[in-house]
Write a protein that binds this ligand. Structure first.
Ligand SMILES: NC(=O)c1ccc[n+]([C@@H]2O[C@H](COP(=O)([O-])OP(=O)(O)OC[C@H]3O[C@@H](n4cnc5c(N)ncnc54)[C@H](OP(=O)(O)O)[C@@H]3O)[C@@H](O)[C@H]2O)c1
Length: 296
């Protein structure tokens, strides 16, 4: 519905679909109403799920999805930020209510600290003065400590739940892992204190794919609603977060990059000719930051 609201494409013409949600590049042309950007500006953006295609040579984005690229970053570095940065922003700020001025000293647990979201979230929360505990495998310990994590927990060594129960309770949990984590992670929050659990791993897209837009959204609403009520009765907040495209939020994030409080974590750069290998690498899991496609 979102990709083709006027039903201009014949049925079944969705493919080939151009992949890619992050982009960093140079503006070649702007719409008549656009004044904030001009041709020649170096910008970056993350586009919404209904109009992917940033692996193409040219990308059309709405002005409110775009931000100025920090001058100190290369395009490959800048392209590693928008999607994970805005997904994290949606989870922590829009959904979880965390901000620069209310984070200091808060105890935050990040489940899944070593991937794209985790490595960005650690840096943002540390820039805002939170105390950050993150889960990862032992081989990512020093990586996450270098990013600023105060405490790291090996989720493979023994029961991660048991290890985390030995810690002081948390004010906030950001869940990038999902599945079984929901069964125990909310018990790690301080009850009746406004503590919040936000997960980025939700069945929302799966429901929409399986059931269609209306039924999928209804099913998702019913599921999240019942969970919110169940956990509220135990004194903690339960939330789902979804990526939201936003140039203005990206501008705020890029200020932290300019101040060198956040750096893009690029694990590997593939040339455009090796796009399939890049996707195979991602499918293999065990990310340590972001995989980037370069046009060169
Ligand atoms: N709702 C949304 O709009 C939205 C937006 C962005 C992302 N997401 C979701 O958020 C999740 C994280 O995204 P991402 O981009 O950070 O993924 P990613 O870059 O692939 O990273 C996942 C990380 O989690 C680690 N990991 C795997 N199992 C773990 C466990 N049980 N405990 C702790 N760490 C574990 C992996 O490393 P090892 O396997 O080596 O431990 C890897 O470093 C994904 O499920 C993604 O689909 C949702």
């Amino acid at each position: 519905m979102k990709r083709d609201p006027l039903h201009l494409n014949p049925a079944g013409s969705e493919f080939p679909l151009i992949l890619g949600r992050d982009v960093s590049g140079v503006i070649v042309e702007t719409g008549l109403d656009v004044s904030y950007f001009k041709p020649g500006d170096e910008v970056c953006a993350a586009v919404p799920p209904w109009k992917p295609g940033t692996l193409a040579e040219f990308v059309v984005a709405s002005a409110n999805e775009v931000a100025q690229k920090p001058k100190a970053l290369s395009h490959s570095q800048a392209a590693a930020l928008p999607f994970v940065a805005l997904s994290t922003w949606s989870a922590l700020v829009n959904t979880g209510g965390l901000r620069k001025d209310n984070c200091r000293g808060k105890r935050v647990l990040i489940l899944g600290g070593s991937g794209g979201i985790g490595t960005f979230a650690i840096q943002l929360l540390k820039a805002w003065g939170a105390h950050v505990t993150a889960t990862c495998t032992a081989n990512a310990f020093s990586f996450l400590k270098d990013l600023g994590a105060d405490h790291v927990v090996d989720y493979q060594a023994q029961s991660v739940e048991k290890q985390l129960k030995e810690q002081e309770l948390f004010d906030f949990v950001l869940d990038n892992v999902g599945g079984h984590t929901e069964k125990w992670a909310l018990n790690l929050l301080k009850p009746w204190s406004g503590a919040t659990y936000v997960t980025l791993v939700t069945p929302f897209m799966l429901n929409v794919d399986r059931l269609g837009v209306a039924d999928g959204m209804f099913r998702s609403g019913a599921t999240v609603g019942s969970k919110i009520l169940k956990h509220l009765s135990r004194g903690v907040h339960y939330r789902w977060a979804l990526f939201i495209p936003s140039g203005p939020s990206l501008d705020e994030i890029m200020e932290l990059v300019d101040e060198r409080k956040i750096q893009p974590i690029v694990e590997q750069i593939f040339p455009f000719s090796e796009v399939p290998q890049a996707f195979l690498k991602m499918e293999g899991g065990h990310a340590r930051g972001k995989t980037v496609i370069s046009r060169d």
